[in-house]
Write a protein of this length. Structure first.
Length: 263
């Protein structure tokens, strides 16, 4: 088990969301008084739905002045986007982000950045997305989800720690995992995406990896027990000085069982 990862574990995903949103709120509040705050890094995925919902509920309770400041100064970069979906496709990550966060908070498109996946020139888009992020000083507070094959963003295995923002091919496993929102049909899931690379991820000031649910139990066990390697992209996170892991009981299932078996 890795010593440097700080782990916060919870009975269920709702308990996790409550505590995690406490922290995000504090971070966002402190960000208001920074003169040149860095952009926030955001993921999509089912893990994030209850978190974004709760975050919106909490933020809308802020006093008007602070809420306006927050909205005015908002700047986030999402990790990834499918290539080839139209802007208003309900499966695009842009749609997801504006449904759960941007819309309810009243954020503008240029404040809640998501790679432009409808482009004819995805390589060019990946390059300019990473250039824009660099120009803003890189990511500050970064939230990540975990794919069942160990991907973060859309950094699929094998993936090295110095991979940059780029066009990626999606694995069959990932397309199967994500097919739930494409009518359950893997053939409807795009084959390529644009993803922020490990290099930009590892340059963030602090990283919060959120893992919930029994289906992540196996990969979470591997993440905690295996050394850094290309075959497990999330494993590179262990190289970061400020990595926090937020997990619920279901995701920890295999870790707990293996621990018990040893005695
Ligand atoms: C998706 C996204 C990731 C996300 C991860 C987990 O494929 N590309 O950004 O964090 O996989 O998704 P979920 O929370 O739905 O399990």
């Amino acid at each position: 088990m890795h010593k440097d990862i700080r782990i916060f574990s919870f009975e269920d995903s709702q308990g996790l969301a409550n505590s995690f949103v406490d922290l995000v709120e504090k971070y966002l509040y402190a960000r208001l008084s920074e003169s040149k705050p860095k952009p926030i890094g955001l993921p999509t995925g089912r893990t994030m739905i209850p978190i974004y919902k709760l975050l919106v509920d909490r933020l809308l309770l802020w006093p008007e002045r602070e809420l306006n400041e927050l909205i005015h100064g908002w700047e986030s970069f999402n990790l990834d986007e499918y290539i080839g979906l139209s802007l208003d496709d309900i499966n695009s990550y842009r749609y997801f982000m504006f449904k759960y966060l941007g819309g309810p908070l009243g954020l503008k498109k240029n404040q809640l950045r998501v790679p432009f996946g409808e482009t004819e020139e995805p390589e060019k888009e990946a390059y300019s997305y990473s250039k824009d992020l660099r120009f803003k000083g890189g990511l500050g507070f970064l939230i990540l989800g975990l794919g069942v094959n160990g991907h973060i963003g859309f950094n699929e295995p094998p993936c090295s720690s110095d991979s940059c923002t780029r066009v990626v091919n999606l694995s069959k496993e990932t397309r199967t995992q994500n097919s739930f929102s494409f009518g359950g049909n893997i053939d409807n899931v795009p084959i390529r995406a644009i993803s922020i690379g490990l290099k930009e991820i590892l340059s963030a000031d602090e990283i919060h990896l959120v893992v919930t649910g029994i289906e992540k139990s196996e990969i979470l066990y591997e993440f905690l027990h295996k050394n850094c390697s290309k075959s497990l992209p999330a494993s590179w996170l262990k190289l970061h000085q400020k990595i926090f892991l937020w997990v619920d009981k279901d995701a920890l299932n295999k870790v707990r069982l293996q621990g018990l078996n040893k005695h």
